[in-house]
Write a protein of this length. Structure first.
Lengths: 190, 190
DNA sequence: AGCTGATAGTTAGGAAGCTAACTATTATTG
DNA sequence: CAATAATAGTTAGCTTCCTAACTATCAGCT
């Protein structure tokens, strides 16, 4: 029986057995997908535990990085160049980039503001909108946190050689494309 | 700037640029990890949307499958063989197998019981424990749902050939092993 | 100018995750 | 046997996700 994301992944033979009862079950597909989900879950757990140790959650970290990315673009832009339009700073833009709803983003910004990482300001042009800015505290936090964060990433992927990483990226891109197609047309799975 | 799980993955060139400021950042490691997390997220989204369409969440589905697995083992066992000991049926066992806390499992079982999918019974041997059982409604639901569920899995992984799936599983197993090592010894990342 | 429709951020309620604490039960120790 | 420690499931509170609805503001149309 294939069981999703369980502590112990089912062995391939179990999948073959289950395929006898369920003709729709493709053993190698199930095995590959389970491994994909499970490995990602494990990698995510390693990374997010490091974040947790530093008092930040993955979601909040993503918001901080997005805002920081905006700041970096501004800092690199030649004087007088208007670059604000392309960097997210409103709750809606942040939500869109993070792939969450505006309602969820409100909560994330709430806790970030509460902890002194961001400030909300009314937009001067459109009174419906807020503008979200990083505080100095957040920049300080990121500078102290990011080196270790990247080292964790490197440590995780040190299991693979450069060539293996390239192969992995290529295969994953194929799966990703397929998922995008399935999300556009769910009927394709039937 | 590498940004985790954003709508658009950063291009490799952006990672090279960022590596100039952060020597701890390994571009190919970051790229591979981001692709892994992103692809898994997309695959998970396709699968869980199908579940949502059928009124079940991934977490609840996992509980049902675990209990169902226990039932299948019982049904396959020769008469008189005591097999209950190896199949999870208490909230703690279910939680352990799902990788969540007992507190979380209480909530999952609550809603499953509310919707008529499971029944709680006091354990006859140990008064501290409950025993969780599938209802006929749950078995009926699974029989109707599983074929389509497996077809989705096959559709997702149809992007890869059998050989490519084998390569993917091999690479993922390496990463998985590394994650397990890092979780045992976080200092190894520094 | 006034009305209607669209938009942004927030609120309310629910689900699912966590931690810490709790109550009831069982196991262990002296 | 009594006291202490361990265990199981639940509760309370928080965070993060969702949907639907809301209020305030802006845009478009007549």
């Amino acid at each position: 029986m294939p069981l999703l994301l369980l502590k112990d992944l089912p062995r391939y033979e179990c999948l073959l057995e289950a395929a006898r009862e369920f003709p729709d079950l493709d053993p190698s597909a199930a095995e590959a997908l389970l491994h994909l989900l499970r490995t990602s879950d494990e990698a995510y757990a390693v990374s997010s535990r490091n974040m947790g140790d530093h008092g930040i959650s993955p979601g909040r970290f993503m918001v901080l990085m997005l805002l920081w990315h905006g700041d970096q673009i501004k800092a690199a832009a030649p004087a007088g160049t208007v670059t604000c339009a392309c960097s997210p700073h409103t709750p809606a833009e942040l939500a869109d980039n993070c792939g969450v709803t505006r309602a969820t983003m409100t909560g994330l910004i709430d806790t970030l503001e509460r902890d002194g990482f961001v400030k909300r300001e009314p937009d001067p042009v459109d009174r419906r909108m807020m503008s979200v800015r990083l505080t100095a505290k957040a920049e300080e936090f990121l500078h102290g946190f990011l080196p270790g964060h990247f080292r964790i990433h490197s440590a995780i992927m040190s299991a693979l050689s450069e060539a293996e990483r390239k192969v992995l990226v290529r295969l994953l891109a194929k799966v990703q494309q397929q998922c995008a197609a399935l999300r556009s047309d769910p009927a394709a799975a039937t």
